[in-house]
Design a protein around this ligand. Structure first.
Ligand code: ITT
Length: 200
């Protein structure tokens, strides 16, 4: 059965395919890029969950197929939760990971390690063409480094060191990251819901 991944972020597609396959979900997973004629939905929500649902519903309505979406970001305690839902465009240009990370490091340059707590957050949403919806959240807590380290992952991975780890997320293998990540937790929790909705 076909399930649309309502994201145009190639890194998310890679992680989601691995997370869902490891969770035993055997479906035909297709990224939103397979439907280039469908315009991007405006992320007008004020929470990760609202934006994930907006993206999932847009694809489910346009394709008449079930869709799952991820809305995610980095929340920094000392910044009151920012960048949060603005993580992908923190430095202005959507998806410019390096500029976003550099700006955040500059903003935090005076903050010492005990005050650099942060977490990744992910909302995983399922929407069906009939309007049915479900959303679950996952978090990964850690501390922000003063300089990037590692080349794996994407986004802010080179600066987040998960609690209990000596490496950054970008220094973990894909399997290690998925096992503890906000995205791994959220989508593993969504799998039973997807199974039931698709009759798998
Ligand atoms: P779609 O909306 O098409 O899914 P997007 O990249 O625009 O793709 P978001 O609006 O959810 O997605 O923004 C997610 C941003 O949050 C992403 O650009 C990263 O900067 C950050 N982020 C999310 N998950 C991350 C992770 O696992 N590791 C590092 N950074 C992450």
């Amino acid at each position: 059965k076909r399930l649309i991944l309502a994201t145009r972020n190639a890194h998310k597609v890679t992680e989601l395919k691995a997370i869902l396959a490891d969770a035993g979900l055997e479906t035909d997973l297709v990224g939103a890029d397979a439907y280039p004629q469908i315009p991007d939905v405006k992320e007008t929500g004020v929470t990760f969950a609202e934006n994930a649902l907006l993206k999932a519903h847009a694809l489910a309505q346009a394709t008449s197929l079930p869709a799952i979406a991820d809305d995610s970001g980095l929340c920094v305690d000392v910044l009151g939760g920012a960048p949060g839902i603005f993580s992908a465009r923190w430095a202005g240009r959507h998806g410019d990971d390096r500029a976003n990370l550099d700006l955040l490091l500059a903003q935090l340059s005076d903050i010492d390690t005990p005050h650099r707590a942060a977490h990744f957050e992910c909302a995983a949403a399922l929407a069906l063409p009939d309007g049915t919806e479900r959303v679950v959240n996952g978090q990964l807590r850690g501390t922000l480094r003063h300089a990037p380290s590692g080349s794996g992952g994407f986004g802010y991975d080179p600066i987040l060191q998960p609690d209990g780890e000596s490496r950054t997320c970008a220094e973990l293998s894909p399997e290690e990251k998925n096992a503890i990540s906000h995205r791994g937790k959220a989508f593993r929790a969504l799998v039973p819901v997807v199974r039931e909705a698709l009759g798998l």
